[in-house]
Design a protein around this ligand. Sequence first.
Ligand SMILES: Cc1ncc(COP(=O)(O)O)c(C=O)c1O
Length: 464
Amino acid sequence: MENLSPGKISSAFIKALEKGLVRKEDSAVIFYDLTFLTERLSYLKSCFPSGTLHGLAVKACPLASVMKLTKELGFGVEAASMGEVKLALHLGFKPEMIVYDSPAKTIEELEFALHQGIRLNLDNFSELERVKNEIAKQRKSERAEKRKIERALGQAEMNIPLNSAIRANKSSIGIRINPQIGEGSIQESSVAGEYSKFGVPLRFKKQELINAFMENDFLAGMHLHVGSQGCSLEMLAEGTGRLYDLMLEINSMTLANKGVEQITTFDIGGGLPVSYFSSKKPVEMQDYVKALIHRAPTLFSGRGNETSSKIRLVTEFGRWIYTNPGFTVSRVEYVKHDPGINTAMIHVGADLFVRECLNTRDWLHEYSLLDSRGNLRTGASANLWNLAGPLCFSGDILAKGVSLPEVQEGDHIVIHDTGGYTFSMWSRYNSRFAPRILGYFNEGESFVVLKEREGMEDIIRFWT
Ligand SMILES: Cc1ncc(COP(=O)(O)O)c(C=O)c1O
């Protein structure tokens, strides 16, 4: 699936200008092509068995109206914090459609998740211990409650369900395992090296993992996430493969000892990389799924038929869903010419593009230039361009040495492929107003305001 072309972006931007949606104060605007986004979503569904739960990573794009759209289309969420869990609940996601993944869950947060019946991926054995205690506590207090009701009604024993304990058991509980597959090309988004702050390392703790499953009947899921951008298809598939082998081993042990195959949920995480350059062929979801089927065939045995698969497959894609359908347009406020280099001062920098500004080697985008009316400028100026953000530190340079046509004040710089992990990482440094976010359908036939540009009240609320 390809990137949005400069021509398509220009035409959507012109339509937004014509409709008065880019106002004077909108020095920068973020756009989402919602038709493209929904195409991605249905393509994702078509690649996996129909019973798969696709928990889209909230951290990639927490826009409420976009999340609502994905909910209507039958998607769940992957939440990395209690804030994300509660946002999803607030937007009407059912608890069983929420996968809660934080590596630093407090006892209160675990209690809440268990009471609600939210899907949990535990990060480590200490967390497992907390959950075990919590379930025991819930069962005890529910039993006492049940006995109280029975006594009040003068009945010896009634079939009153143990509400939260039952829900706790339904709260599909899994454990995150680091398959130790190695790091991808971007260190800070690789989480399956020999060391990772996330999960239980498979090679170092295999026996403890087996014991954990044997000793805790409620532990019924496995979870992994190899990385977010920079990891090859082979790495991703092999990461799943290593856990799959362990799952087969544990399930045959629990079958022999307990009469059931205990692991019923397998969460492969997210991580499919996207292409930030139209000239670079992206990894196709279809090819990824083929590699997974090859390495872990029975995970997909229910393909097209929910009931025939014993394993509930869960995915947690973020970047692959949201990045390519989004782009950002910033007005050029000033132009500077220095010997050998030009600078375009624009209205987004490290506030919107934290990763890009702090690691200019690994996080790159394509850029285009539109004139003040949104028409595409072509050609190349004699000198290269730095795209400098508005913040008060010298590292606030979004891109260095970019080839662009001659830039003029009042033009617009387009930063391509900005739909994932940009606005969600917004920084408050220098108290800039977060930009307006527009969504559109059918190449700009209709628009919707996904989020309004911030005003003074937002800044005051944040700092007060
Ligand atoms: C646990 C987990 N799941 C899913 C994701 C989403 O990954 P991606 O956006 O690369 O698909 C991340 C990203 O960091 C993650 O940490």
